[in-house]
Design a protein around this ligand. Structure first.
Ligand code: 13P
Length: 341
């Protein structure tokens, strides 16, 4: 049996939406893929809680009522709360958990995967050891000993699940070994995939645009003008440097600055006195926006290398979230941006 088995690691908003995609693509290509997809969902119940786990709810109703309500997850997607059961026979692991969860998952899976397994990370974030930044895909490769590609793009989860047209970019090391099979796995008439070997740029775009989306959310929350929001997005793109003309670059930036969770929590944060964690609880039903921790990691590195002044938007987002900058500082970050020097 040469069919590839696919497992989704993560049952959040994006994990559930991607389950809608790959549940269908594996079924459509039975000669290439095993027609069932495992999906690991964290069991977030507190001890003593006798309600169903998310995995049980998905298997019974084919819907993730908590994180992707109203969308049908195909019946050939089988959810489980047992990580090892979900992963040990997988040839392709789709990792789609918040950055905070990756380390623990890799620890549990270390040494337990098939020798020819490969991973693809959908997590938009960046990792830091206090001395340098590291790609999450690199962390995964180091921790699991398997090749890890990335998939990033302008992909608001609800729209993807609704099969509204969108595109995404896969970044991989080898088109032959990873790119082709991953394209077969993800590409549909409404979810168009492009593959590039520029995997570092793909992943960086995905991570850094979340910081810019927070800046855009601040602009919205402060009731500033459209011209200012556009300027903020352009300056943020400039700081992202890889002004990358793929979905993972410009398009993801724009979609997140208008319709993403990062924008939403940043808008609410700047309009209230509530701590970020409370806003995430209230607006995201327990999910976490990835922009604020990414801004922290990036800021730490910029300080280490003495280059924060060159990145006023990234710096401002970090400072605003930590109460070290208010709207005047944010305004100045745009007005006095080195782009105008
Ligand atoms: P958030 O909803 O986490 O802001 O991101 C959306 C996104 O990444 C769209 O591609």
């Amino acid at each position: 049996d040469r069919r590839k088995r696919v497992t989704i690691v993560g049952g959040g908003n994006w994990g559930s939406a991607i389950a809608c995609v790959v549940g269908k693509t594996v079924k459509r290509q039975p000669e290439i893929f095993y027609p069932y997809v495992n999906m690991w969902c964290r069991d977030s119940r507190k001890p003593g809680d006798s309600s169903e786990s998310i995995a049980e709810v998905i298997n019974r109703t084919h819907e993730n009522a908590k994180y992707l309500p109203g969308r049908r997850i195909p019946e050939n997607v089988i959810a489980t709360s047992n990580l090892l059961d979900a992963c040990e026979e997988a040839h392709i692991l789709i990792l789609v958990v918040p950055h905070q969860g990756i380390e623990q998952i890799c620890k549990e899976l270390n040494g337990k995967l098939l020798p020819d397994a490969q991973a693809v990370s959908l997590t938009k974030g960046i990792s830091s050891d206090g001395k340098k930044l590291k790609l999450i895909s690199q962390d995964i490769e180091d921790a699991l000993g398997v090749k890890c590609s990335v998939l990033m793009g302008a992909n608001l989860a609800g729209e993807v699940a609704d099969e509204k047209f969108c595109e995404a970019t896969i970044g991989c090391k080898s088109i032959e070994e990873q790119g082709n099979i991953l394209k077969q796995l993800f590409d549909t008439p409404n979810f168009r995939i492009r593959v590039t070997t520029d995997y570092e740029a793909v992943e960086l775009c995905g991570a850094l645009k979340n910081i810019v989306a927070c800046a855009a959310g601040f602009v919205d929350g402060l009731g500033w003008a459209y011209n200012m929001k556009s300027a903020m997005i352009r300056l943020g793109l400039l700081e992202t440097k890889e002004s990358y003309f793929e979905s993972c670059g410009v398009a993801d930036l724009i979609t997140t600055c208008f319709g993403g969770r990062n924008r939403k929590v940043a808008e609410a944060f700047i309009k209230s006195d509530k701590p970020l964690a409370q806003i995430e609880r209230e607006l995201l039903n327990g999910q976490s926006a990835q922009g604020p921790p990414t801004a922290d990691d990036v800021f730490e590195m910029m300080e280490l290398f003495g280059i924060s002044e060159k990145f006023p938007i990234f710096t401002a987002v970090h400072k605003v979230f930590h109460g070290k900058m208010g709207q005047d500082g944010l305004y100045d970050a745009m007005r006095t941006h080195p782009a105008y020097d």
